[in-house]
Design a protein around this ligand. Structure first.
Ligand code: SAM
Length: 447
């Protein structure tokens, strides 16, 4: 859907526009909002409200759509896209945001409907939203749906995810996992241990009322609940912290970078793990940071400069094809379905399909083959993802090892606390660890 943004759109109108862009393009919600705020500046409170509406609607989208579907007279799926987006964002405010008065959500939706759709849908939107308000205390109507479809509505996750989680973890755990992924996440920060120590950063951020908490299992991480504009904080600007979920720290712990080693980060951009590896080696390793995307490599370069690191060498390369010499260690932080990061990227759960997952396993397998070509005998290969689909994690690793019996798994428990280890690999789950879902395995090439 395209509708023009004219004048100075407020937070609700901008949220409808941004949601339409998320559904109409393959852009990420946070980037779309970032660009929107640049063109249509809002004050901090309105920015926060707009962001909350977009992300909250995306998280609860399936449930919200069902609420509208059962109250709409006609086929909701065939209602104009603008009507759907206007009503979805309004229902999110009505049912999930206690601080927004109903009239504010309804008035704005009706006004927007009148303007964008030239008056035709005004009364329908009004009647629909008033019906949602009247039925606020009622359970979501899932009558006539099979059990998985009903759970997909209640947990607001696509059917294929609900099915695969129930079959793998049982219903209770599947519910916990899906609901945890619908929560608003805190923000993870990694302390640059070359420049400072965590205690000092905790004290500094507490002094700025950010309510920081140390992450219990990796001592260079912390999380903050209140975020504000993080990139404007002195600790960020001066290169003492990097925004990174603590789950992302496991891969570099397994890589265990040491001074003097040659390390290839095969899919490095935007550089979260590369810079972590540089910090962990005391900036004393030689790290080649390769990525197929030159644009994303520029972000990596910016991060390296901000952190004052000297051991990282960016190179544009597909699967490390440009690399000729063997390396001591290779990190493959593979492109994946991202099903571990849906708290931050809720649009992903509506976009991805099981076919994407199987296509990605092919890409991951191909990149592992390249990693093998580049790694020295006796070297260390770390494979990691930010997804929780078993096919992309153990599935890919098992298939690789069956074609390459010389690789043995080096137990993750040697490098990480028990809470982050499962079956020799590093693994986090949102419901269990309060982090993104991530996976990492350390393998040794024995010959
Ligand atoms: N390691 C990064 C970090 O910690 O910030 C995140 C990497 S992201 C999960 C995967 C990356 O793989 C993307 O930057 C993407 O551009 C890159 N990529 C995808 N296909 C690739 C290929 N064939 N060769 C190299 N990089 C690739």
């Amino acid at each position: 859907m395209t509708f023009p943004l004219t004048g100075r759109p407020g937070p609700r109108r901008l949220s409808v526009w941004a949601l339409s862009r998320v559904f109409g393009t393959d852009g990420y919600a946070d980037r779309i909002l970032e660009n929107a705020f640049r063109r249509y500046p809002l004050d901090t409170r309105d920015k926060a409200l707009c962001t909350e509406i977009v992300f909250g609607t995306l998280r609860w989208w399936r449930r919200i759509d069902r609420v509208l579907e059962v109250r709409f007279r006609g086929d909701w799926n065939r209602a104009p896209e603008a009507v759907r987006r206007i009503c979805e964002t309004a229902v999110y405010q009505i049912l999930f945001l206690s601080k927004v008065p109903d009239y504010a959500a309804v008035d704005e939706a009706v006004g927007l409907g009148a303007e964008i759709l030239h008056g035709r849908w005004k009364s329908t939107i009004n009647a629909l939203l008033r019906s949602v308000i009247r039925g606020r205390g009622e359970a979501v109507d899932v009558s006539g749906m099979d059990e998985t479809a009903a759970l997909s509505v209640l947990w607001s996750h696509p059917r294929w995810i609900v099915e695969s989680r129930i079959s793998r973890f049982g219903r209770e755990r599947a519910e916990r996992m899906c609901l945890a992924e619908n929560e608003r996440p805190g923000l993870g920060l990694r302390v640059n241990t070359i420049a400072t120590e965590r205690g000092a950063v905790l004290t500094e951020l507490a002094g700025q009322n950010l309510e920081p908490e140390p992450f219990p299992w990796l001592d260079e991480y912390l999380t903050v609940r209140k975020t504000g504009v993080l990139t404007e904080l002195p600790a960020f600007r001066d290169g003492r912290v990097t925004v990174q979920d603590p789950s992302a720290g496991m891969a570099v712990r397994l890589l265990d970078p040491r001074p003097g080693e040659t390390i290839l980060d095969m899919a490095a951009a935007p550089g979260g793990k590369t810079t972590h590896a540089a910090e962990r080696s005391g900036d004393q390793a030689l790290i080649l940071a390769a990525d197929v995307h030159p644009g994303r490599l520029r972000l990596l370069g910016r991060g390296v400069r901000r952190l004052g690191l000297h051991s990282v060498w960016p190179v544009a390369s597909d699967g490390g094809a440009a690399v000729r010499k063997p390396f001591d260690k290779v990190l493959l932080d593979a492109p994946c379905s991202g099903m571990g990061v849906v708290r931050r990227r809720p649009e992903l759960k509506w976009r991805r399909t099981p076919e994407d997952v199987s296509r990605l396993t092919g890409v991951q397998a191909r990149l592992l083959e390249s990693a093998d070509r580049i790694l020295k005998p006796g070297g260390v290969l770390v494979y990691s993802t930010c997804t929780v689909t078993e096919e992309e994690n153990r599935g890919v690793v098992d298939a690789f090892r069956s074609g390459h019996p010389s690789y043995r798994i080096d137990d993750a428990a040697r490098f990480l606390p028990e809470a982050l280890v499962s079956g020799g690999c590093a693994e986090t789950r949102t419901d269990e660890h309060g982090t993104d879902g991530a996976f990492a395995v350390r393998m040794i090439k024995t010959e």
